[in-house]
Design a protein around this ligand. Structure first.
Ligand code: FE2
Ligand code: FE2
Length: 198
């Protein structure tokens, strides 16, 4: 991790913050933001060893989903979305797809964001009926422009990625992709300020 700037703001209430205070905060933000890919990778590692009853642990599942997408020729941004699609399992136990989508949103296309945000409902086709739920819940999106894209994601990459013997590229393989995709936000409330800071 890079050193955080030593200077700190002096206010106790934001109301009294000065331009100098905010310069200190803005200066610290650069290195902090540059460290985001490292935090993402560290958080992905938290999924290791946790199977939650599934045939493979959550990290293996994410790696295998990304591996299948990569081997099938999907582009880097898509592969990173595949890698991160279940990163929310740790803290978003009741809304994991939303957590992944929110992390990815500033950095990816609208269609990739939508696909990841809705993958849990689309994935439900394979098991909701075993839990007394409606497996066709995803049909509410039948006419949505990203419906087919999300069907493809769950059917070709997410749902088949529970194979202990299946190819699973290591996290290190995807690391440069994560660093590139998370290098710069496409959209953010703070985009202007971030760009001005360089
Ligand atoms: Fe998921
Ligand atoms: Fe998954």
């Amino acid at each position: 991790m890079e050193d955080i700037a030593e200077k700190q703001a002096q206010f106790t209430h934001m109301e009294n913050g000065t331009a100098e205070d905010w310069k200190a905060i803005a200066d610290a933000f650069g290195p902090f933001a540059r460290d985001l890919p490292a935090r993402i990778l560290a958080h992905l590692k938290l999924l290791e060893g946790d199977c939650g009853g599934f045939p493979v642990d959550r990290l293996t599942h994410c790696l295998q989903t990304a591996t299948l997408a990569h081997r099938d020729g999907k582009d880097e941004e898509y592969v990173v979305c595949a890698l991160l699609h279940d990163i929310g399992d740790t803290l978003g136990s009741f809304n994991h797809a939303d957590v992944a989508a929110v992390i990815l949103e500033p950095f990816v296309s609208e269609e990739n964001h939508w696909m990841i945000k809705h993958h849990a409902i689309f994935q439900g086709y394979y098991f909701f009926h075993h839990l007394g739920m409606d497996r066709n819940l995803r049909e509410q999106y039948r006419d949505h422009p990203y419906y087919e894209r999300t069907i493809e994601f769950v059917s070709k990459y997410d749902a088949p990625a529970f194979d202990e013997k299946g190819e699973t590229l290591p996290l290190e393989f995807f690391e440069p992709m994560v660093r590139r995709v998370f290098a710069k936000p496409r959209k953010s409330l703070y985009k202007k300020a971030v760009e001005a800071a360089g």
